[in-house]
Design a protein around this ligand. Sequence first.
Ligand code: ATP
Ligand code: SF4
Ligand code: MG
Length: 345
Amino acid sequence: MPETLIKVKGLKTHIHTPEGVVRAVDGVDFEINKGEIVGIIGESGCGKSMTALSILRLLPPQAKVSGEILYRENDLLKYSPSQMREIRGKGISMIFQDPVTSLNPVFTVGNQICEAITLHQKISQKAAVEKAIEMLGLCGLPSPGEQFKRYPHQLSGGMNQRVMIAMSLVTHPEILIADEPTTALDVTIQAQILDLIQHLQSKLTMSVLLITHDLSIISAITKRVIVMYAGKVVEYARTSQIFAAAKNPAAALLHPYTRGLINSIPNIDFTETTPQTPLSPLSKRLNTIPGVVPNPMDIPTGCRFHPRCPNAVQVCREVEPKIRLCGEDHGIRCIDQGDRLKTED
Ligand SMILES: Nc1ncnc2c1ncn2[C@@H]1O[C@H](COP(=O)(O)OP(=O)(O)OP(=O)(O)O)[C@@H](O)[C@H]1O
Ligand code: SF4
Ligand SMILES: [Mg+2]
């Protein structure tokens, strides 16, 4: 049995705004096991970042969180601010989606990385500097000794992204949450960073929660995948199961939303993707699922996907589906329609 490090149960993160309550995360359950790379995929606004930020308790003050986030069986939602500071970095580290707001403009990048190291490890300043420069080099920064002395505004967006990646990996966390870690980078650097994450993951048996819009990255490096839609998990499965099911519509079950995501990129053999050969950005943006993600202040009744679902029937508009187990490690949030999904999807 794999060792479970994180167990998220019934997580709700609702943001109270003057206009209404944003149900950004609305009852999410999943697990992260030791040493595995799990992906979260879903369109923009479906609650991926809010889920990640909830785990680290880095939410806006108007957010209200409920449910449980068990880290080694202790509920992080019950931790004090100082206990959370202990966990961040050494236990769970995060690469944020937006590097600009995550780096401090008044300190050099080297200073910030060294601080991340010395906060959790008793090592000399000289050793911390060496470690920081080594990690900057590993993350693909040219002349890392020079970049170490620079301020964030003196570096490009992609370089700051790599600084942030270095900062989150340098403490050798047990779990890395990577929120769109390579979106801002060109394809070569993207491949380099994904390789680095994979290398460290296996060397340190680190667990990774990888958030992305990009199915080729999911296919290339994750073992399990969680599909989110409008604040809920609509499907979870082994990554290989999802792509095999997409290839063979007659034989396998797949949530209509997951199928829509995969079908929105035509004629791609995802089983061929690797961190070294991710898809070109052009090939990833061809079609989209008709319709839009619902406003999280006004979520549709019944199944949240029903306004966009090609298989929707009346009951879908009225009853909110539960996750239905349909194989080992595979769950689908769809009203059970017998063989309908197998034949008509
Ligand atoms: N501070 C905030 N105040 C109000 N609403 C917010 C706030 N932050 C996020 N939201 C809303 O919560 C929902 C979920 O946001 P989240 O950032 O988790 O989406 P996401 O899946 O990460 O999207 P993307 O792929 O674009 O990064 C969105 O509708 C977003 O507009
Ligand atoms: S419950 Fe109905 S609307 Fe929702 S995904 Fe299944 S078939 Fe589509
Ligand atoms: Mg996000």
